[in-house]
Design a protein around this ligand. Structure first.
Ligand code: ZN
Length: 276
């Protein structure tokens, strides 16, 4: 097995400090938290931008500020989101203007259920192709977010259109509570692995209580692991996480106990075929 790439998803675009006050929202908090996660063993940091009031936005200037601040302090791989439910697609693509090494690429549509409301998150095929093309042209590695097995059809489409460079980096987002979500179980994880196109590297996120079991199964199955307060605000049931770094530290400990070494940012670039 390759060394384990740990991604820290610090903030997200849906819940904020009301869910956990440790969730970083402003650029200075996010930069500090990225550095702490890097020091704890994360090789990749996944970023969302928030405005001054903490609301999710797609603002190229905020992404640039965060990207520059992190880059000045460490060599962690910066992955800007191109997601964000409720944000217009033409705004979501501006996170690429900050020049990240990597960006998320959502491979289909889901509806999140959040605080009694339905949050549609629509990604049409033509939009996915436009994102992939923009990333390919700029040399940005896509991390493809796959929420259920039907979305592998969109990866096949991108491969057929010549819009992806191997190795394909695919993140399984397991346990989304909403339409199009796929429960985070061992059997479902095995089904997702079964669908991987040849030449793929996979990463596993689990939402809410699926986070820890999905991360652990990823460590054992040769995948990589994404943790952080975007995906789960608790360390364990009834106990809020103190920080993103605390969650990263747990995965590092688990991986070491299970005999899997943790990749540095440089080693992660080599695994993913990225040049800095
Ligand atoms: Zn995200």
């Amino acid at each position: 097995m390759d060394k384990l790439i740990i991604t820290a998803a610090l903030t997200g675009g849906i819940h904020g400090k009301e869910a956990n006050p440790a969730l970083p929202e402003q650029p200075d908090e996010i930069i500090r938290e990225a550095l702490r996660c890097y020091e704890a063993g994360a090789a990749v940091v996944h970023l969302h931008a928030r405005d001054g009031a903490g609301k999710g936005v797609a603002d190229a200037r905020i992404f640039a500020e965060m990207n520059q601040g992190i880059r000045a302090r460490c060599d962690i791989i910066i992955q800007n989101t191109t997601g964000g439910p409720g944000l217009p697609i033409n705004e979501r693509i501006t996170s690429l203007d900050a020049g990240p090494e990597m960006a998320s690429l959502n491979m289909g549509s889901v509806v999140f259920f959040h605080q009694g409301k339905e949050l549609p998150f629509i990604n049409l095929r033509l939009e996915i192709e436009a994102f992939a093309k923009a990333m390919l042209e700029r040399g940005i590695k896509p991390e493809m977010e796959v929420y259920n097995p039907s979305m592998f059809g969109e990866i096949e489409n991108l491969i057929k259109q010549g819009l992806l460079a191997a190795p394909y980096y695919i993140n399984f987002v397991m346990g989304v509570g909403g339409m199009g979500g796929y429960p985070g179980t061992l059997k479902n994880l095995a089904i997702m692995i079964d669908h991987l196109p040849r030449g793929s590297v996979f990463n596993v996120s689990g939402i809410g209580r699926a986070q820890l079991p999905m991360n652990t199964m990823a460590v054992l199955s040769g995948g990589h692991a994404r943790t952080g307060l975007e995906d789960c605000v608790n360390y364990r049931k009834g106990e809020p996480a103190k920080s993103n770094a605390q969650l990263v530290e747990r995965i590092v400990r688990l991986a070491r106990e299970l005999g899997r070494e943790v990749a540095t940012a440089g080693e992660a670039r080599a695994i993913l075929g990225m040049k800095r």
